[in-house]
Design a protein around this ligand. Sequence first.
Ligand code: FUB
Length: 320
Amino acid sequence: MKFAAIAAAGAVFAAANVAHAANPILPKLFTADPSAYVEDGTVYLYVGVDGASTTDKDYVMKEWRLYSSCDMKNWTDRGSPIKPSAFKWAIGKVDAWAADITKRNGKYYFYATVDHATIPGRAIGVAVSDKPEGPFVDARGSALVTNNMTLEAPIAWDDIDPGVFVDDDGQAYLYWGNTVLKYAKLKPNMTEFDGPIHTVGMDRFTEAPYLHKHKGTYYLSYSRDYPETTAYMTSASPTGPWQFRGVIMEKNAKVKTIHQAIIDFNGKSYIFYHNDKLPTGGEFRRSVAVEEFQYNADGTIPFIKQTKEGPTANPSSACK
Ligand code: FUB
């Protein structure tokens, strides 16, 4: 091929991989449970793929996928960094439930909810990679959390939705849960707990705990009630005590879940979530969306409306 033809082919390929997004931001797939990680002026967005048909009555989640953006408007498909089958102890078929990622000591750790093959119920595994785009491999060869390790809620799905956070002093924490909120400290190897599993006594917690820090305050956001709204609490410490601060996003019209992730990127703040707004969307056919917001002067988070437009472009000069 001559240069012009190669360039044209490249442009077509690039266009095919980049979504110029209003909300929902990934219009070609049904996606859910966003987790976002920021590094080098780049936002890495990890989602579970909702593969259910319009008649399916449960989640059909065969893989997690990664998208990246330099401006919060254009999203590049980076493929699948890991599938649930990476966890050999899991059923590993349609169980790519919510996940979260962080970096520690130069490695990337991906905490994921899957179905355990031999211990009935959902479980949490941890996978590791040298790069945010993966590939990720099972870091333990066994589950980090299994359903029989926590007995406060008599359900098979109370050990789901890991939210991982590394504090400025290097200490890492894992929050997770459905119905009952739990957390534990992680050892520096990120694959073992350092001490006991704690529960956080609180009303109306459903799932999707997500811990982040902004200007010295710890924010623990989560899904509340069912159908879910997004609510949050704050504390001066990553382990509480927590002060309830209110609801920041209203429930969806059709889908009962909402699952948020909150980041700062290039001087602005954003919340990812999922809704049901792609055509034929619904309970098991969700779509990830994002909104920009500004913290109030006192550090509280305002109520955030879902929009069709999504954020305006915020190009990062640091993006690689
Ligand atoms: O995607 C499966 C489950 O639905 C997630 O683990 C929950 O957070 C809810 O979004």
